[in-house]
Design a protein around this ligand. Structure first.
Ligand SMILES: [Zn+2]
Length: 470
């Protein structure tokens, strides 16, 4: 916890909170100012020495950043060797050289990325997240009231690795002492221990991964978890319709907020009271582009996004290629937010490519989810495309539910989905029952829908092939 962090956090929190209700023009003006400052900072690096405007920056894939890491950091910022040493021997949440946070991406695909952010920017990014989460929650006397109540926050997250989420959660207690009680609970603890920790000090704000919140919600409905948070925030994984429904039922007094963030930028978007994600355009520029990095029209799905981090001057990321699929919705949201809306697809999930005998169909994750939505007794599921046209479902059954009945119900729905898409009998599948779903590697993210099969060269969207009424 550095002095810069202590000073930057409340200042940015108040300013960013004010922008929740600003005009769109004011947001875009600030974005332009921050872009200019970012370009000035970027010009101090070897990679961007001759940069004109930010739009002149070529799209930056992770591989190129990592191949010339030291060229992409500002003078005085730790280089790759120092960063790697810290990642090998340092404690998550600690700072390097007195002020830098170093974190890695989970590396679920390809090479692991290394990212550096200084203390002031780290505080401002976090403040942006909180300003959006607390939107409409702070009364006029707001921040003083917050201090008086000693707001209690609980983060149930992975604390073992050097991800930005664990760095944020582990640094919170040190920030928090002054005006809040912040607890970090490791998801590596057993479920009873997590529940005990939450029951002992019921939080006003509960943050975790969507699938973990889903499990906690079931425990709350069963009466074992006795907390009544005012705000529940879900991050790092897509909030599925099934998870959303059970969380709302379990915590009826809570505002449910979803956040979209990545190690490269932890504050990309936050959801509004109506459940729509709004891009934090005061902290990021998000360009929706096709596979060749060309902009796609608003209202259409992007292949991926180019993210410009407006707040990190230590390792300027301009037009960084992030493999999340979004659809920017330019129509104003009824919630009144000045920030543009985005639909987010997939995230840690994969698109599955199945062959129907004539061609490959592309199946995005959400329809698989909705196909099983509301199956009685089904708590969670995972779908693996283990070999071409070979699908394996792993399911967790609710306590007290008849396993055979749940398996039969899941099987019926799976068969219906496959038949509707003309994938029977070409696709073979199985359903297995497990006590819990396995988590993925260091990030501990759950990949609910995953493919172990490389995508084909060409495919058609499954939606266009749906055989209505069959
Ligand atoms: Zn909205």
């Amino acid at each position: 916890m550095t002095l810069r962090e202590v000073l930057a956090f409340p200042t940015e929190l108040a300013a960013a909170y004010g922008r929740n209700d600003a005009t769109r023009t004011a947001i875009l003006d600030l974005q332009a100012v921050r872009l200019r400052r970012l370009v000035e900072a970027a010009r101090t690096t070897r990679a961007y020495r001759d940069l004109g405007g930010w739009r002149d920056a070529p799209p930056l894939p992770k591989e190129r950043l990592m191949a010339a890491f030291d060229d992409h950091v500002a003078p005085g910022v730790p280089g790759l060797q120092t960063a790697r040493e810290f990642l090998a021997h340092g404690r998550p949440g600690d700072v390097v050289e007195g002020r830098f946070t170093v974190a890695t991406t989970s590396g679920t695909t390809g090479e692991v990325g290394v990212f550096v952010v200084d203390d002031g920017a780290f505080a401002r990014l976090r403040a942006t997240v909180f300003a959006r989460i607390f939107r409409g929650q702070l009364r006029p006397e707001g921040f003083a009231l917050l201090a008086k109540r000693r707001y209690r926050l609980a983060f149930v997250v992975a604390t073992g690795g050097h991800t930005m989420t664990s760095a944020m959660a582990l640094r919170m207690p040190r920030l928090g002492r002054a005006f809040a009680d912040v607890r970090t609970i490791s998801i590596d603890d057993s479920l009873p221990r997590i529940i005990d920790a939450l029951n002992d000090a019921p939080p006003q704000l509960l943050h975790s991964y969507s699938t973990v919140l889903e499990v906690l919600a079931h425990e709350a409905l069963r009466g074992r978890l006795r907390v009544a948070p005012e705000i529940v925030t879900a991050g790092s994984e897509a909030l599925t319709p099934g998870a959303r429904a059970v969380i709302v039922r379990a915590f009826p007094g809570a505002a449910l907020r979803e956040t979209w963030g990545a190690t490269e930028h932890v504050a990309l978007a936050s959801s509004c009271p109506l459940g729509h994600l709004h891009v934090n355009e005061d902290a990021a520029v998000v360009e929706a582009v096709d596979a060749a990095d060309r902009p796609v029209p608003p209202g259409t799905w992007a292949d991926h996004v180019l993210v410009t981090n407006l707040l990190n001057h230590a390792q300027p990321l301009l037009r960084y290629r992030l493999h999340d699929r979004v659809c920017i919705d330019p129509t104003p949201c009824p919630c009144g937010s000045p920030f543009v809306r985005a639909l987010l697809e997939g995230r840690s999930d994969d698109v599955l490519f199945l062959h129907d005998g004539e061609r490959f169909q592309a199946h995005p994750p959400i329809p698989w989810e909705t196909a099983l939505l509301g199956t009685p007794g089904l708590r969670q599921f995972m779908l693996l495309h283990e070999a071409q046209n070979q699908l394996r479902w792993t399911i967790v059954v609710d306590e007290g539910a008849e396993v055979a009945v749940v398996v039969a119900a899941v099987s019926t729905r799976v068969r219906r989905y496959l038949r509707e898409h003309g994938l029977l009998p070409g696709v073979v599948w199985s359903v297995a029952v497990a006590d819990a779903l396995p988590r993925h590697g260091q990030s501990r993210k759950l990949r609910q829908i995953a493919s172990g099969v490389p995508p084909p060269l060409s495919s058609v969207p499954a939606a266009t092939l749906r055989r209505v009424g069959s």
